[in-house]
Design a protein. Structure first.
Length: 71
């Protein structure tokens, strides 16, 4: 499981997502998809997510919320 989720508390809170033991993997999958990286490649994903956070955090928050809440 990705260790970078702990660094994303604020972003995930803004997206109205509470990280729990039950949804950590789903959040991780969403972040990999948004980053355009292969699942389980956490270093590449974290690098891309950090860049996305710096460039346009509001857009990233919106995208995470939309992807996470898809049925």
């Amino acid at each position: 499981m990705s260790c970078y989720l702990r660094h994303m508390d604020e972003v995930l809170r803004k997206a109205d997502i509470e990280v729990t033991k039950d949804n950590r993997e789903r959040i991780d999958e969403v972040l990999h998809r948004l980053a355009g990286t292969r699942y389980k490649n956490c270093p590449a994903t974290w690098k891309e997510i950090k860049t996305m956070m710096k460039e346009d955090e509001a857009s990233l928050v919106k995208k995470i919320g939309q992807e996470f809440n898809k049925p």
